[in-house]
Design a protein around this ligand. Sequence first.
Ligand code: PGA
Length: 248
Amino acid sequence: MRVVVVENDKEMSREAANLIQERIKEKPNSVLGLATGSTPIGTYKELIRYHEQGSVFFSKATAFNLDEYCGLDGDHAQSYARFMKENFFQSIDIDSENTFIPKGNAEDKQVECERYDALIRERGGIDLQLLGIGENGHIGFNEPNDLLSAGTHRVELDQGTIEANSRFFDSYEEVPKSALTMGMGTILKAKEIVLLASGVKKAEAIRGLLSGKISTKNPASFLQLHPRVTIIIDREIADAIQLNQDIA
Ligand code: PGA
């Protein structure tokens, strides 16, 4: 696992955007796994800038998003489908036919989850998966639990996750309580993974991720089993966990 320590959010976004740009240049028809949340917004902004400068093009790329709330229409202001459109897709040249996100309002959630995993397989699997991390160590919406699911599945959100996400809604009550998310297997099958984290609130989750131990109580810790992972964290986290670069 490669750990990159950066000074701030801007540097984190640039590092991640550079890596993604490189991979798209190497393989224009890359299959990207993408994430929502505050963390990757700067990365998308950088990629949009690179695109506008003419240095990266997404016309042959495919994107699969990690997760979507249950019960929100794709055009709901807080849906992740809308988030991706507004923060990234509408400003680049990706074909909307090649952008996928689980349908959180599908009538049969089980069928939708199976369809989503099959679609990823049909497209040749994910080349590069971008991840944020929850304060509780969740990746996608794989919340800490006794058992984790391998494939895309429906999940009840942790109270802490609902509280953290309520900042985007008018009230706690309005936050959906469940979501569809890629599973741990879906994520770990990606050929390469890049995880971003900034701010001391993520320090404990990152400590678990770098601990050398794997626990379903910190789903991100499973990334230690993957052969090609880059973790980009800010100095605040590195200092809080007294990161010794040797453990990376
Ligand atoms: P955040 O969320 O980027 O908004 O902190 C990350 C996550 O919960 O995975």
